[in-house]
Design a protein around this ligand. Structure first.
Ligand code: ADP
Ligand code: ZN
Length: 726
């Protein structure tokens, strides 16, 4: 019988979904629910949860109800199933009365295999009436962590689900989630009254993901460097606000990254178009709020960046889980700042008390994760209740280990504090006792009379937090799941008090200090200035080429540009174009021999190039420049351009100079021909052709102010440079 069912399920898998093998626990899960047993599935994102209820829905008689919190996600799944030729429907507030009636008819007649329902639709009396008429095979509860107040995505209506199911009939339940700490897991089972359920928990370890946390400092520059290093690869950047999403998407665009924004504030067709562009690889990078990604199944996302610190480890883990789904490269970079934590705490200040306290706890976990120098993977898996007894070797803390310190005495002290306070307190109180803070709690429990009170007072609270957290991580302590936050001692912890031994703990990151060191390094590099040897070589090359081209050397590149080249060692046209005063036009026209020289020099001298990208800013100035270029193309009078933008003529000319120096050709003849006759124009051109520099003061001195105004000369200089230099 079982063998028969085996091949029956495999055939269905192949026939409907086109897969020849089950993944992980899928088959056992499916058999469990088909045997009418309650089933609880905990599987990381991308592991294939949907199939665990979709396949039995096809194999069993009647309609399966799927409860799902997100309407968008529902539609997605229904569309996908319909494409497989499966009759799946949904019931939610987006449907018209007529559509609802149709769905109901088809369900009662037994045609619908899967009916997706939003929890709020379920509570309606007529929905219940109709479900009682239909034959229901089982109920699937997707994103089951929404049931728990202790999780990161609590939805009150989810807590009513059990009562509703009881109202429909005696049905087997399959609950599924991708994020559940042990506490949340317990909460889900309690609330659904399925203590008897068979639990299928897959490992959360995503071995191909590399985790990294960096302090938020020069974040934009770091971001662009990171993306340029991963050029052409797909990536997601998560930001906390819509405004940030827009800002970062724009920043990336002006820095030549194919990036698009995605957030709930965008028009739905724009949002869909951007999502499609990302999926079809017309865009490399999507910058998004956490609204993006649910139900998105792009296998080759190579990096997931959290530009802002996430609200919880659950969210962070789910989002990073979208990287490297194909099992290949997946880099997860998070920018962390304690300011973000404080900001997020403020956001939840209007929420009900328990919710606020819970989000605060989640944030504290997030902060400790970021600060800790212990293997990231070890921390993450421990957080989700998984045993993982070694360092992974594949995260920032493993690859760049921080110094460790002998923690034997401190650990004994921390463990004793837990014991002497009768294993009834959470971390904050334990730390207070250790450093000897007289709090209300300390008073009321007379903890100031304990032997351990104040025994750790020479250290900061942060230090003891870190000790206690590592004691948890290494199983000397454990969290009491029933009484949240309360720490209890384990057997291993008791043994340690009796016979302690040498043990090394990792010192937390001190990001302020790390940032300061970075800054000092940057400063000393800048102070070291340019490479004199290369600078001289580049100047010699410039002289030689200028002579061949019959141009003054400064027309090719000016000294400051040459100096920058001898500092940042650009080896591609693209890098070269970012140097001040160069731009793409010049890079194309004159760049090649210079790049060749630099590349040869870099190689011969074994120079590690700084690859220091110059971040182009997105200030509105660029809009003004675009406007000016457009108007000059239309041969608009310069005075008119200036007055229409409310700027003076010298200011306008300065803008035009900037445009010109960054490599854009401008034709100003239509204007210049009206203010200067041919002879005078020729005189100025001749001057610039033979001058040693394009310095304006020198030009004025040489050519005199009788025949020319300064504006005239500046415009002529632009004409000259546009003609010869760009
Ligand atoms: P989850 O809901 O756990 O995040 P999904 O159910 O969306 O994951 O599945 C992730 C991807 O894995 C989907 O593209 C799905 O079609 C695919 N998948 C699921 N089961 C299998 C299987 N047995 N063989 C191959 N691919 C599978
Ligand atoms: Zn590690």
């Amino acid at each position: 019988m079982l063998v028969e069912q085996d091949s029956f399920l495999k055939n269905k898998l192949k026939e409907v979904f086109g897969y020849s093998q089950f993944r992980g626990n899928q088959e056992a899960i499916i058999q469990n629910i088909m045997a009418g047993k309650n089933t609880f599935v905990i599987m990381p994102t991308g592991a294939g949860k949907s199939l665990c209820y979709q396949l039995p829905a096809l194999a069993m008689e009647g309609t399966a109800i799927v409860i799902s919190p997100l309407i968008a996600l529902m539609k997605n799944q229904v569309d996908q199933l319909n494409a497989f030729g499966v009759n799946a429907q949904f019931l939610n507030s987006t449907l018209s009365k007529a559509e609802i009636n149709k769905v109901k008819r088809e369900t009662v007649s037994g045609d619908v295999r899967l009916l997706y329902v939003a929890p709020e639709s379920l509570t309606k009396e007529d929905t219940l009436d109709f479900l009682r008429q239909a034959k229901i095979s089982f109920v699937a509860i997707d994103e089951a962590h929404c049931i728990s107040e202790w999780g990161h995505d609590f939805r009150p209506e989810y807590r009513k689900i059990r009562g509703i199911i009881d109202n429909i009939g005696n049905l087997p339940i399959i609950a599924l989630t991708a994020t559940a700490t042990p506490k949340v897991q317990l909460d889900i089972q309690k609330n659904l009254q399925m203590d008897d359920a068979s639990v299928f928990k897959s490992s959360f370890n995503r071995t191909n993901l590399y985790y990294e946390v960096r302090p938020k400092h020069n974040t934009k520059k770091q971001l662009i460097q990171y993306i340029k290093k991963n050029k052409g690869k797909s990536g997601i950047i998560y930001c906390l606000s819509r405004k940030k999403v827009e800002e970062i998407a724009e920043l990336l665009r002006v820095n030549d990254v194919k990036a698009l924004p995605y957030h709930a504030g965008l028009d739905s067709h724009v949002r869909m178009a951007n999502q499609d562009a990302f999926l079809n690889e017309e865009a490399d990078v999507i910058v998004a709020t956490i609204a993006f990604g649910m139900g998105i199944d792009k296998p080759d996302v190579r990096f997931v960046i959290h530009y802002d610190t996430p609200k919880s480890i659950e969210g962070y883990y789910q989002e990073t889980g979208r990287g490297g789904r194909d099992g290949l490269e997946g880099n997860c970079l998070m920018f962390y700042s304690y300011d973000d934590i404080v900001k997020l705490e403020k956001f939840s200040k209007d929420k009900p008390v328990t919710e606020r306290d819970n989000s605060k706890l989640l944030l504290q976990e997030m902060a400790s994760y970021a600060d800790s120098a212990v293997c990231r993977r070890r921390q993450l898996l421990h957080y989700f209740g998984e045993q993982y007894d070694k360092d992974c070797g594949f995260c920032d803390n493993c690859v760049h280990p921080k110094e460790k310190f002998e923690a034997q005495e401190q650990l004994v002290l921390a463990l004793k504090t837990v014991v002497q306070t009768n294993q009834r307190f959470a971390i904050d109180h334990l730390v207070n006792v250790l450093i000897g803070v007289k709090s209300q709690h300390v008073d009321s429990y007379s903890h100031h009379e304990l032997e351990v009170f104040g025994a750790g007072k020479e250290q900061e609270p942060q230090y003891w937090h870190s000790i206690i957290r590592q004691a948890l991580l290494f199983d000397f302590l454990e969290k009491d799941i029933e009484n949240f936050g309360t720490l209890k001692i384990t057997q291993k912890g008791e043994n340690f008090i009796i016979s302690p031994h040498s043990i090394k703990f990792a010192k937390d990151h001190n990001f302020d200090e790390e940032v300061k060191q970075d800054e000092e390094k940057e400063e000393s590099q800048a102070a070291a200035g340019h490479d004199e040897v290369l600078f001289d070589m580049l100047k010699a090359l410039r002289k030689k080429l200028a002579k061949e081209m019959n141009l003054p050397p400064y027309v090719l590149f000016q000294d400051p540009s040459i100096k920058e080249m001898a500092t940042t060692y650009p080896t591609t046209k693209e890098d070269l174009s970012h140097i001040a005063g160069v731009g793409m036009g010049k890079a194309q026209k004159f760049g090649k021999p210079f790049l060749e020289l630099i590349a040869k020099y870099v190689e011969e001298n074994d120079i590690v190039t700084a690859a220091d990208v110059v971040v182009k800013s997105t200030v509105n100035k660029s809009k003004l420049k675009i406007y000016i270029i457009q108007q000059i193309d239309k041969k608009m009078d310069l005075e008119e351009i200036a007055s229409s933008k409310g700027i003076t003529m010298p200011e306008l000319i300065e803008e035009i100079e900037h445009i010109c120096y960054s490599g854009t050709k401008l034709n100003l003849d239509y204007y210049i021909n009206n203010v200067l006759d041919d002879d005078r124009q020729q005189e100025v051109i001749d001057y610039f052709m033979t001058a040693s520099s394009d310095n304006m003061a020198m030009a004025i001195k040489e050519l005199g102010t009788d025949d020319y105004t300064e504006d005239d000369l500046r415009l002529m200089r632009i004409k000259f440079l546009s003609k010869y230099a760009n």
